[in-house]
Design a protein around this ligand. Structure first.
Ligand code: UDP
Ligand code: MN
Length: 258
């Protein structure tokens, strides 16, 4: 009891590759916190074994597990499957505090200080800054919060069909209450900012601590030239970050894959 962990999520092997890069990017900057991951039966056994090598804790969750009463209630809303899988993070009660990270982020600089923040701390979403982006958030595992989130989700659903809509409705005073819960954007720099505000990226890009590759062009879908080890596609303003993602993949992840 009482430990602290970074928590990510993968429901298939593609996102699991992303999760392996997330984990290795955290090790690269010498984090002191544990690494935990939630997976579903969609992750292959071979990949699960890779994850077990890198993460301190691998938890298989299944929202359709009828042996569990709370899970049973989730059967009513199969459309919110991945969303519900993310809120399973609140059940990691062996930890006293956690930071959730989407599997499509990359840690660029050490940010262990995030664990000094309280639930629910997150950075503004680039599309609607009065909402937080749910790709990076500080939370406190608790069975009662988990149950409250499930109850809330069953009644209210999610206005965007995903976890971000649900969590923003549940933690609805995020933008107006305690300003310490509003993380600086450098803790969740959404990749779309490169076209929405390029001068800011040029000015502040070197301060980025976590880059979040939101949207459909995930790093693992980019073209990478394995002979030169250079990334050859993607938004040119993101080349340095995409290259770093691939460098971590090539050096730390690829050699261990069987
Ligand atoms: N995710 C997953 N499998 C999926 C879709 C999403 O495991 O098929 C997880 C993964 O951790 C991912 C997160 O849910 O990072 C949120 O989805 P995504 O990052 O694709 O959304 P975006 O940040 O682009 O809105
Ligand atoms: Mn994401």
């Amino acid at each position: 009891m009482g430990g602290t962990a970074w928590v990510t999520l993968a429901t298939n092997d593609s996102y699991a590759l992303g999760a392996l890069v997330v984990a290795n990017s955290l090790k690269r900057v010498n984090t002191v916190h544990d690494l935990a991951i939630l997976i579903t039966p969609g992750v292959t056994l071979a990949m699960k074994n890779e994850l077990l090598r890198v993460f301190n804790f691998v938890k298989e969750v299944d929202v359709f597990d009828s042996r569990d009463e709370t899970n049973l209630r989730l059967l009513a809303r199969p459309d919110l499957g991945i969303t519900f899988t993310k809120i399973h993070a609140w059940r990691l009660t062996q930890y006293s505090k956690c930071v959730f990270l989407d599997a499509d982020v990359l840690i660029v600089q050490n940010c262990d200080e995030l664990f000094d923040r309280e639930e629910l701390s997150a950075a503004p979403d680039a599309g609607w800054p009065d909402c937080f982006n749910s790709g990076v958030f500080v939370f406190k595992p608790s069975d009662s919060t988990y149950n409250a989130l499930v109850d809330f989700a069953l009644v209210n659903g999610s206005f965007d069909g995903g976890d971000q809509g649900l969590l923003n409705l549940y933690f609805s005073n995020w933008s107006t209450a305690d300003s310490s819960k509003r993380l600086p954007f450098v803790y969740n720099m959404c990749s779309t900012s490169t076209y929405s505000y390029l001068p800011a990226l040029k000015q502040f890009g070197s301060k980025v601590k976590i880059i979040h590759f939101i949207g459909s062009s995930k790093p693992w879908l980019q073209h990478f030239d394995s002979s030169t080890r250079i990334i050859t596609s993607g938004d040119s303003h993101l080349t340095n970050f995409l290259q770093l993602w691939w460098d971590v993949f090539v050096v730390h992840v690829h050699p261990t894959l069987t």
